[in-house]
Design a protein around this ligand. Structure first.
Ligand SMILES: C[S@@+](CC[C@H](N)C(=O)[O-])C[C@H]1O[C@@H](n2cnc3c(N)ncnc32)[C@H](O)[C@@H]1O
Length: 275
């Protein structure tokens, strides 16, 4: 039984719009989530209920409301150095390997796909600054993309709350790379400027991307159907450099989806490489 205050029609419309615009799978069992996310949005747009708001979205009475609805249903949970192991693998094994491999051209490309508010790409930036000072003379291309304009704006700004910096950052890195700004912490421009943020919807046409040495595609495939996961992994393959590596979230795998990848276990971290 559902205690939802939304009509069945509203719930169906939200689920199908979110699915077609982002591939995120929602159904009636998530109506509590739809309600929690859309009630504040409806109110902010001046509507008395989610039903009224959705009617207006359907009628396209105000530009951008459909995108707001879709973005409100994304989960932006992230943190600095999330699940630490991928970053350890970069530090111990992968960056030293890439440094040797690209010693002549002195460039590398790293992509945080579904970057949310930027903690993932900025963690990589700080890791490079801390451990590989010689890469300062390289062209280190840190690309970070997401579907949501709002979250990309937050990521670009590089401003984080006390709670956000406390999640995953040791005090030494906070002091070294952030300046206090009122209640927030602002990331130093040298690290901020290492990253390029772009809008990219994983299920739409992708802009031209360089061949990636490392791809972080973490904690986003879980929201998609197996067919969508397969289609995205196939596209990811096409932008991976030879010997490139793919990191997925702890609950995600290519197994059973794309046989072109092999799972590599290095210490406590798992990544995927093309066979
Ligand atoms: C849970 S966050 C993951 C953040 C980061 N990768 C991490 O693991 O900490 C998921 C992100 O995926 C984005 N997202 C959802 N659907 C997407 C799509 N179709 N294309 C691109 N990004 C999408 C959301 O906007 C959200 O920021």
């Amino acid at each position: 039984m559902t205690t939802s205050t939304m009509t069945q029609e509203t719930i169906s419309y939200v689920c199908s719009t979110v699915r077609s615009r982002s591939a995120i799978e929602l159904d009636i069992s998530k109506s509590y989530l739809i309600e929690a996310r859309l009630a504040p949005l409806a109110k902010r747009n001046g509507f008395g209920s989610i039903d009224e708001f959705v009617q207006a979205v359907k009628g396209k009475t105000k530009l951008g409301m459909e995108s707001q609805l879709v973005e409100a249903m994304t989960t932006n949970e992230t943190s600095f150095f999330r699940d630490i192991h991928p970053f350890e693998a970069l530090r111990k094994t992968l960056f030293p390997e890439i440094r040797t491999k690209h010693a002549i051209q002195k460039s590398m490309n790293i992509w945080s796909a579904a970057c949310s508010s930027g903690q993932e790409i900025y963690s990589i930036g700080m890791l490079i600054r801390e451990n590989f000072p010689d890469l300062a003379s390289w062209r280190v291309n840190l690309v970070a993309t997401d579907l949501s304009d709002d979250i990309l704006a937050k990521a670009k700004a590089g401003k984080f709350s006390q709670l956000e910096v406390n999640r995953g950052l040791p005090a030494t890195l906070i002091v070294k790379y952030f300046q206090r700004q009122g209640l927030n912490w602002e990331l130093q421009s040298e690290v901020r400027n290492m990253a390029t943020f772009m809008k990219l919807n994983l299920i739409e046409r992708w802009p031209q991307l360089p061949m990636m040495d490392v791809v972080f595609l973490r904690n986003v495939l879980i929201y998609f159907s197996p067919e969508t996961k397969r289609a995205i992994l196939e596209k990811i393959r096409k932008v991976m450099a030879p010997r490139g590596v793919l990191f997925l979230g702890a609950a995600e795998t290519t197994m059973g989806l794309d046989a072109a990848f092999e799972r590599v276990q290095a210490d406590s971290s798992v990544f995927y490489r093309l066979k």
